[in-house]
Ligand binder design. Structure first.
Ligand SMILES: [Zn+2]
Length: 338
C-alpha cells in the first residue's frame, strides 16, 4: 500500500448515511480534519450533530503536501457520508503547533513540516471551494470532547481536554466557547510543581510536564519489550511489583495535580484525559481517581470539590479532535449565517 493511501474507514452504520440538510436554513454538514504528525483523521458531522463517516489518511510533510492530503481527506470522507463537497457548511482543520485562528494561518508546526507562516485555511478553501477554519489540535480536541460528552445536555459545557502526550497541555471550552487567550491558555504543563526539580526545556525548574506527560512515564519506567512505557508500567503495577506500584502512583499524583490546577483555576465541570497515555483506558482513570481521592482525604476543601467525579476518559471509538474540527466549522458557519 502506498504511504498516502487511506488505511481505514469506519463509517458509523447506525446513523443515517445522508448528510443532506432537511432545509436550506438548517445546519449544513461539515467536515473536520485532525492533521497529526503521522496521520490525518477526518470526520463528517451531520445536521443533527451525528458523526456520519470517518476516515484516516497518512499525513505528508510540508505545506503543499498537507493541503493535498487534507483536500483528499475531505473529498473521501464526504463521499463516504454521501455528501457533495460543495454542499458542506464548511471544513474545520486542527494542526499541532502555533496557529492563528483569526486568519487561518499556520505559524509553525514542526510535526507536519511547516516551519514558516502558511495560509492553510485560504489554500485549502481555494482547493475545495468551501470555507475553511483553522485551530490548534488541543482546542479542537476540547470542542470534540464537549460535543461527545455523555452528559452534554445541549447547553454550554465547561470542559478541559488534558492531553498526556509527548508534552502536557489542556484545551479549554468555557461556557461553550474555546478559550484561546493570546495563545498560552491551558499550557499548564509549564506550571512548576517542584522548584527544586530538574530543568525543563522551557527554562524553568520542575514543570508539571516533567512528571505527568507520556515522556515522564518513559523516564519513570523505561520500556523493555517494545510496547509503550505506560502499558508496561501499569501492567507491572497491576501484578504487584512494588517499584511499579510506587511509580504508577507517583505518575497518577502528577496527573491529579494537573486536574486540580484546571479545576481550581477555571472550575471546569469535566476534565477529559486524552493523548497517548489515555490509551491505557480504565486503569489510568482508576489510578488518577484514586490519587484525587487520596488528596481529598487530607483536605475537606478538596473533598468538597468532588474532583474524582469530574474526570473522564476521551472516547476512543471516534476521532475526537476531527469531530471537534467539524464542530468548529459548524459554529463558524452558524456565526456567519446569524
Ligand atoms: Zn516547562
Amino acid at each position: 500500500m502506498a504511504a498516502d493511501e487511506p488505511v481505514e474507514y469506519r463509517p458509523r452504520g447506525e446513523v443515517p448515511r445522508t448528510g443532506r440538510p432537511a432545509t436550506a436554513s438548517g445546519p449544513l454538514p461539515t467536515v473536520g480534519l485532525d492533521i497529526g504528525g503521522t496521520k490525518t483523521l477526518a470526520a463528517v458531522l451531520g445536521p443533527g450533530g451525528d458523526v456520519l463517516a470517518q476516515a484516516r489518511l497518512h499525513t505528508k510533510r510540508g505545506a503543499q503536501a498537507v493541503v493535498e492530503v487534507a483536500a483528499r481527506a475531505v473529498r473521501e470522507v464526504a463521499a463516504e457520508a454521501g455528501v457533495v463537497v460543495a454542499d458542506l457548511g464548511g471544513v474545520g482543520v486542527g494542526v499541532p503547533g502555533l496557529v492563528s485562528h483569526d486568519d487561518g494561518t499556520v505559524r509553525y508546526a514542526v510535526n507536519v513540516g511547516i516551519a514558516a507562516p502558511f495560509p492553510l485555511a485560504r489554500r485549502l478553501s481555494a482547493e475545495l471551494g468551501v470555507g475553511v477554519v483553522l485551530d490548534n489540535d488541543l482546542n479542537i480536541a476540547a470542542l470534540g470532547a464537549a460535543h461527545l460528552a455523555p452528559d452534554a445536555p445541549g447547553r454550554p459545557l465547561d470542559l478541559a481536554f488534558l492531553a498526556l502526550g509527548t508534552g502536557l497541555a489542556a484545551g479549554l471550552v468555557l461556557d461553550g466557547a474555546v478559550r484561546r487567550g493570546s495563545g498560552a491558555a491551558g499550557e499548564i504543563g509549564h506550571i512548576p510543581i517542584d522548584p527544586a526539580g530538574p530543568v525543563c526545556p522551557c527554562g524553568q525548574r520542575g514543570c508539571l510536564e516533567l512528571y505527568a506527560s507520556g515522556t515522564a512515564v518513559e523516564r519513570l519506567w523505561p520500556a523493555t519489550s517494545g510496547r509503550p512505557a505506560p502499558v508496561e508500567l501499569f501492567e507491572a503495577a497491576a501484578q504487584g511489583n512494588p517499584a511499579a506500584v510506587a511509580a504508577r502512583d507517583a505518575y497518577a499524583d502528577a496527573v491529579a495535580a494537573g486536574v486540580r490546577m484546571l479545576a481550581l483555576s477555571v472550575d471546569v465541570r469535566r476534565v477529559v484525559l486524552g493523548g497517548g497515555v489515555s490509551q491505557l483506558g480504565q486503569p489510568l482513570l482508576d489510578a488518577v481517581q484514586a490519587a484525587l481521592a487520596r488528596q481529598a482525604g487530607q483536605s475537606p476543601f478538596l473533598a468538597s470539590l468532588h474532583l474524582a467525579d469530574r474526570v473522564i476518559l476521551a472516547p476512543h471509538t471516534v476521532p475526537v479532535a476531527a469531530v471537534g474540527a467539524a464542530v468548529l466549522a459548524r459554529n463558524a458557519a452558524l456565526t456567519q449565517a446569524s
